[in-house]
Ligand binder design. Structure first.
Ligand SMILES: NC(=O)c1ccc[n+]([C@@H]2O[C@H](COP(=O)([O-])OP(=O)(O)OC[C@H]3O[C@@H](n4cnc5c(N)ncnc54)[C@H](O)[C@@H]3O)[C@@H](O)[C@H]2O)c1
Ligand SMILES: [Zn+2]
Length: 349
């Protein structure tokens, strides 16, 4: 078992280990005295893991209720948000009570946004069950729901009280969802952790605890410096400017992790052609994504990608902070006029 501490607007621990669900009650009780609590989960995760969490919470003295949403991104909606708020209000959950988020990033983002707004803030504990949510979304306090106009358009920064990362839950994750998480893991290596990148050349599962800790430490360090995403935290967008455009151009047929892999290779190739990094960096980047069953070829042209990426930032003179690899393990933010995106993307194709 490993433990890391985040020191942002709230100080909290991230505990990483195997079979932690069974001790989640005892671990939580050290941070939040046993109280009434609502576990928010999706139907898939609840069927697999809610019973163990409920048993563990009851044994520690909590009184848990379960609220289940359908699995999938569609549930990160205003409708689910209001339904949960009404459920909490009907059961008269108070500010001394708490919420558990049991699931992937969808559940974590939604439950976190509920927690930040219900009674102007109620404590919540993240129990991530996807690789992506373990290494990325459960840490750092970004909470959100989607609106019709786009993803994550309503949200808040609100840190959890504890993150319990039980990686044995990964055993039931579909392969494609696991690969999606691997894209974000690889991302940390390229941003600023060459040793992590090297470790990833060996199979990930036998070293999963170490790898998750590595990623969480990277995210923790970034969040400690820039909780509100005004500076270094934007480095975590590596591959995401082009990646989001790939996702949208595919009408979300291409998964987020796959799009990030494509976007990262694209921006690395563009960086090499601009002389920022080498052809070998590009080759290593492509090879690592391929080794994790992630795509590297972009099916869209630069014009389509740029017009999506520019989005509402199209105002003349607007700049976007592009994350540029200057080598594996050393990325920098480069303010770039949005008008230059198309030319940069075309160098990356
Ligand atoms: N807050 C942040 O900083 C941040 C960062 C990155 C991504 N996100 C958000 O995270 C979301 C994506 O998260 P995700 O990739 O975890 O997706 P997800 O929560 O939709 O989970 C993916 C699928 O896996 C299933 N699942 C989850 N755990 C499982 C398990 N252990 N066994 C079997 N099935 C399981 C879920 O039911 C779901 O169908 C997006 O909404 C994205 O915007 C947030
Ligand atoms: Zn991402």
């Amino acid at each position: 078992m490993r433990k890391l501490t985040v020191s942002a607007s709230r100080t909290y621990d991230i505990i990483i280990g195997s079979d932690l669900l069974d001790s989640a009650g005892a671990l939580s009780a050290k941070v939040i005295s046993p109280c009434r609590t609502v576990i928010i989960s999706d139907d898939t995760v609840a069927a697999l893991y809610s019973e163990r969490l409920i048993v563990s919470l009851k044994a520690a003295g909590y009184t848990p209720e379960l609220f289940i949403i359908p699995h999938g991104e569609e549930s990160k909606s205003a409708e689910s948000y209001i339904r949960i708020l009404n459920f909490l209000a009907d059961m008269q959950l108070s500010r001394s009570d708490c919420i558990f988020a049991l699931g992937g990033g969808v559940v974590g983002d939604l439950a976190g946004f509920v927690a930040t707004t219900y009674l102007r803030g109620i404590r919540f504990i993240q129990i991530p069950t996807t690789l992506l949510s373990m290494v990325d979304s459960s840490v750092g306090g970004k909470t959100a729901i989607n609106l019709g106009a786009g993803k994550n358009l309503a949200g808040a920064f609100y840190q959890p009280s504890l993150v319990i990362c039980d990686y044995s839950t990964l055993a039931t994750l579909p392969d494609e969802t696991f690969s999606d998480g691997c894209a974000e893991v690889i991302k940390y290596g390229i941003i600023n952790d060459k040793p992590l990148f090297e470790k990833l050349k060996n199979p990930i599962l036998p070293q999963i605890e170490d790898i998750i800790e590595n990623c969480v430490r990277n995210k923790r360090d970034i969040v400690n410096k820039d909780e509100r995403d005004n500076g270094v935290r934007q480095l975590l967008n590596l591959g995401h400017t082009a990646g989001h455009a790939v996702e949208k151009c595919s009408d979300f047929e291409i998964s987020h992790g796959s799009a990030v892999a494509i976007g990262t290779v694209l921006i690395t190739r563009a960086a090499a052609s601009l002389g920022y990094c080498t052809a070998d960096d590009v080759q290593q980047t492509e090879e690592i994504f391929k080794a994790y069953n992630l795509p590297t070829k972009c099916p869209f042209d630069a014009k389509s990608l740029a017009s999506v990426a520019q989005g509402d930032k199209k105002r003349a003179g607007a700049k976007i902070n592009l994350v540029i690899p200057f080598g594996i393990g050393s990325c920098k933010l480069v303010p770039t006029p949005v008008e230059e995106l198309e030319a940069i993307f075309s160098k990356g194709l």
